[in-house]
Design a protein around this ligand. Structure first.
Ligand SMILES: NC(=O)N[C@@H](O)C(=O)O
Length: 280
């Protein structure tokens, strides 16, 4: 089932994939000793000293239990996606334009894409990571789509009845956090790292804050659980193979949800944003 959503945002420019900038959406997996931007990771010596083992480079938590409506157990799955390069539209002064027409999310699982066989400095091929925050429920009144009544809501148990906020909560200005679970009213600051790893809520994508990152062959990416993202976009000359790791329980609406963006939302790939020599 694809839900139509309207597109309020102007074009979005791609920026290089960086762990800090991507942190609200998930993890960038890269070797801290060969990248300028270093995620805060610990390492130990391994393999008789011939290897450095970086610990916990990403998280793979199963959030189905107690959260998905069917109660169906999920198992870990590893698939391979062989992604062909996408056609770009042309525009003066930029390499090209990719119109994002579909966003999807996996409400109860992170999903890790690991490119294999794509060189760090491959000047012919790279990939885009396109993500959007989740709107709090109830913020889509202007949209023709009422999420609470949409087919996507059938993945989630009914939300608890709305209660009046206490004076303390009102004074603290608490509001649902778009990067975590909308059902949980929080009164504490939302920066704690553990909250970032919780599933995003059931709201629609916040298209006004969509982000697009350009990734190199020596970077893998984990979309946090429930993070809205575009289906993988490879740019350049040849297909890229990705090993993809996630949980799934076989119930369509609980494993993957999609929305279709009216008219598409343009991502601009500017000449300076990529080391691609290939003609896009
Ligand atoms: N991200 C992507 O390309 N596709 C998926 O998330 C999928 O599960 O189909």
């Amino acid at each position: 089932m694809i839900l139509p959503v309207s597109n309020p945002a102007a074009a979005v420019r791609v920026t290089p994939l960086d762990p800090d900038a991507f942190a609200p959406f998930g993890d960038v997996i890269q070797n801290p000793s060969t990248h300028a931007s270093k995620p805060d990771l610990e390492s130990v010596a391994a393999n008789q000293g011939s290897a450095t083992k970086w610990l916990d480079v990403t998280r793979l938590d199963n959030w189905y239990e107690g959260r998905c409506k069917s109660g169906q157990k999920a198992k870990s799955v590893m698939n391979m996606f062989v992604c062909k390069p996408r056609e770009l539209q042309k525009k003066d002064g930029v390499h090209g334009v990719f119109p994002v027409r579909i966003l999807e999310r996996h409400p109860f699982t992170p999903q890790t894409f690991i490119p294999v066989g794509l060189g760090a400095d491959d000047a012919r091929t790279c990939y885009l990571v396109i993500v959007a925050p989740t709107l709090p429920l109830g913020s889509q009144k202007r949209d023709s789509t009422n999420m609470a009544e949409s087919p996507l809501a059938s993945a989630y148990p009914p939300s608890p009845p709305r209660r009046k906020r206490s004076l303390r909560e009102r004074l603290l200005g608490s509001r649902p956090n778009p990067f975590t679970n909308d059902f949980t009213l929080r009164t504490t600051p939302s920066t704690a790292i553990s909250q970032i790893h919780e599933p995003r809520g059931p709201g629609l994508p916040d298209l006004a804050n969509l982000r697009a990152f350009i990734a190199r062959g020596d970077q893998a990416v984990t979309y946090g659980p429930g993070t809205w993202h575009a289906p993988m976009v490879v740019l350049g000359e040849r297909p890229v193979d990705f090993v993809v790791v996630q949980y799934a329980n076989g119930i369509g609406v609980e494993d993957c949800q999609e929305v279709e963006i009216n008219k598409g939302l343009n991502v601009l790939i500017e000449s300076g944003a990529t080391n691609l020599k290939a003609k896009l």
